[in-house]
Design a protein around this ligand. Structure first.
Ligand SMILES: Nc1ncnc2c1ncn2[C@@H]1O[C@H](COP(=O)(O)OP(=O)(O)OP(=O)(O)O)[C@@H](O)[C@H]1O
Length: 308
């Protein structure tokens, strides 16, 4: 596989399309999705049920192939990987944490044995020491000898993070890792993601419905109808007196050809539908309903400014 060029984002999706054919019907699960995640970033992906989150994760984890578009993870061009490359990719490049704890851990092995087994499959030397170190990192050192049935849901997910990271993957993918947990356990698991991201610098993408996630990540990306629609960026601002303030701002995602998604609430409140009028102002673009004042008249080719 090709070496990773430095400075490239760890996850690059451009114009990603995934169409499922069910009987005579085609379902467009991803409709030209763009997503870039830099090396070492911790990003949450949120979106309504059916918006395409799991489809994206299946592609990024090497389980599914896109119908069209670009998907590059840690320098690996996913659509062009052979089935053999795919095995190496899944073993060495990406780690996973799934919602269902049973999918993450083997029930008849202790926490430590689960992590050791993953290290052995990854053919890593000193599997035992590595596994112990990983359990320490996720705050589960004292749980090493317990079997999954003897651990709470949150503890199981922390051990699952140790399993996912023991082979030092470049990218960690998590699908609803807090989906089955109560609020307290969710926070504990999200803090663990923050800690491993800070200490190991692993790039992480967490798919979630959990509204608490945004406080634990640098960026929350919203996906709607198979495309990224908005992003919330978070940062810490230090004022003149040295006090630190948590800041957040939401942006709408604009792709390279100028497409964006208006928030559903804006469309409803101004009854924006079918077509709209755009007007270029000095420092912004105005969007107005296209169906007022005889507006539904189609503008002729070459007519400047649909606002007339
Ligand atoms: N194997 C499949 N065959 C047919 N349609 C599929 C398949 N997988 C997903 N879809 C469809 O693609 C769309 C996106 O589904 P996906 O599971 O990616 O959404 P999601 O955002 O992960 O939803 P949820 O939050 O409920 O898990 C949906 O309309 C879904 O019905």
């Amino acid at each position: 596989m090709t070496p990773v060029p430095s400075g490239e984002p760890d996850i690059q999706c451009e114009g990603l399309v995934r169409i499922f054919a069910v009987a005579d019907i085609e379902v467009q699960a991803l409709q030209g999705l763009d997503l870039f995640v830099s090396r070492g970033e911790l990003v949450a992906l949120v979106g309504a049920s059916g918006s395409g989150k799991s489809t994206l994760l299946a592609i990024l984890s090497g389980l599914d192939m896109p119908t069209a578009g670009k998907a590059v993870v840690a320098g690996r061009d996913l659509p062009s990987l052979t089935s053999r490359d795919r095995v190496t990719y899944r073993r060495d490049v990406v780690g996973f944490v799934w919602q269902q704890t049973a999918r993450n851990l083997l029930p008849y092995l202790s926490a430590l044995e689960n992590v050791e087994l993953a290290a052995a499959i990854g053919r890593r030397p000193r599997a035992h020491e590595r596994a112990r170190r990983m359990l320490e990192l996720v705050g589960a050192a004292e749980l090493a000898e317990r079997h999954p049935a003897e651990l709470s849901g949150g503890q199981q997910q922390r051990v699952a993070i140790a399993v996912a990271l023991v082979n030092e993957p470049r990218v960690l993918l998590a699908d609803e890792p807090t989906g089955d947990l109560d609020e307290e356990a969710s926070v504990e698991v999200l803090r663990t993601f923050e800690r491993v991201n800070a200490e190991l610098g692993t790039t992480a993408l967490i798919v979630t419905h959990d509204p608490a996630v945004s406080e634990h990540v640098q960026r929350t990306v919203q996906i709607r109808d198979g495309r990224t629609s908005s992003e919330v960026l978070r940062w810490t601002h230090t004022d003149d007196e040295g006090r630190q303030h948590a800041m957040a701002e939401e942006f709408v995602v604009l792709d390279r050809v100028g497409r964006m998604q208006l928030p559903a609430g804006y469309m409803t409140s101004l009854d924006l539908r079918d077509r709209v009028r755009l007007q270029l102002q000095v420092d912004h673009v105005a969007v107005r309903p296209g169906h007022e004042g005889g507006a539904s008249r189609p503008s002729s080719v070459g007519e400047e400014g649909a606002d007339g």
